[in-house]
Design a binder for this molecule. Structure first.
Ligand code: SD4
Length: 335
């Protein structure tokens, strides 16, 4: 059962957001509807600061795509205490910070980068891939090279704090894909979660989405999760809605999770029910694995109704519209 006090404690402890969490309104609901566009919703507690960045664009009549990029850039590089996205993300097991991201607009255009090093804003590189190349996805050195050619700064991403956590992990070097389980007890669990997935509808009713992460901490070098994979970590269909995911990417990829959620909404399911069904399928295929991991989906439909569902409790998401800019909601969960 959801315990509100625990949730507020988790929010307050949620590293980067101590101050914001105090102003956030935690609710024990996991779905809702917007009476008006625009609206932006984002995964986890740090969705609040990302939404605020997006809201500056949306509230002045801007395009959902621009809002997504502006919002995602905040946890990517400005929030230096966050260890799961962008500049301060934890490294792979070789000590290399490799970032994954994708973006998708209302026209079905999309761009993505995976396992990219040394560039702090993968969401912007993903957008450039979408807009400046005939491709959808660039990976590794090719993605970094492209970003530099586009004028982005190459920089060292491993911070002293991330390096310290990695070195601590190296003492046992046990890879465990437990993530997003807020009370995890193994080294790295504390930091080993939280991708930012964002979905926005602008004043014209157009939908866009984005997703950005450093992926699983201490992963094998070269590992790519769901977050940069269109259909897995993110999917947008402007006729229906959008969905994004967080958690153990392998299970999301195996079930083409975000595409599934959007298709279920197309068939008439509410965003929350569509997310729940996608979670149910993951659990059904691997019930024993599912007990150990977290996967959460977040979705919005064309009407601006939103919802979420996760395997484990503790999944939060942030909602921002004209009525309130810092709403933090506890998603429902199977366990
Ligand atoms: C991944 N899905 O790389 C990402 C990680 C994540 O919350 O979402 N963490 O598998």
């Amino acid at each position: 059962m959801y315990n509100r006090r625990k949730f507020i404690q988790i929010s307050a402890a949620g590293a980067s957001l101590a101050a914001l969490s105090r102003s956030a309104i935690a609710k024990t609901i996991s779905s809702g509807s917007a009476t008006n566009f625009p609206i932006v919703i984002s995964t986890w507690d740090f969705g609040i600061i990302a939404n605020k960045g997006a809201w500056k664009v949306l509230s002045t009549g801007g395009r959902a795509l621009d809002a997504i990029e502006a919002g995602a850039r905040i946890p990517e590089a400005e929030d230096i205490t966050n260890h799961t996205v962008g500049r301060t993300g934890l490294p792979d097991r070789d000590g290399r910070v490799t970032l994954d991201s994708c973006i998708m607009d209302e026209l079905g255009n999309c761009g993505s980068v995976a396992a990219m090093e040394n560039i702090a804003h993968p969401i912007s590189v993903a957008r450039l891939v979408m807009e400046k190349t005939p491709h959808v996805m660039l990976v590794g050195d090719g993605a970094t090279q492209f970003a530099v050619e586009q004028g982005m700064k190459k920089e060292k991403l491993l911070t002293p704090e991330s390096e310290k956590i990695w070195k601590e992990w190296l003492k046992t070097a046990k890879y465990s894909p437990v993530m997003n389980i807020e009370n995890g007890s193994k080294p790295g669990d504390k930091y080993n979660h939280d991708t930012i997935g964002m979905l926005a509808i602008d004043a014209k009713g157009n939908i866009s989405g984005g997703c950005t992460t450093s992926g699983m901490a201490f992963k094998l070098h070269g590992r790519v999760g769901d977050s940069p994979i269109i259909g897995a970590g993110l999917y947008v269909d402007n006729e229906v809605g959008g969905a994004t995911s967080t958690g153990v990417g392998e299970e999301v990829i195996r079930n083409v999770g975000s595409f599934l959620v959007v298709e279920l909404m197309r068939q008439g399911l509410s965003p929350e029910d569509a997310c729940k069904e996608a979670v149910r399928r993951i659990i059904k295929k691997k019930p024993e694995t599912a007990k150990q991991i977290q996967v959460g989906f977040l979705a919005i439909n064309k009407k601006g109704e939103y919802g979420a569902y996760a395997i484990q409790s503790g999944f939060s998401f942030a909602v921002c519209n004209a009525q309130q800019q810092d709403l933090l909601i506890k998603g429902k969960s199977f366990y």
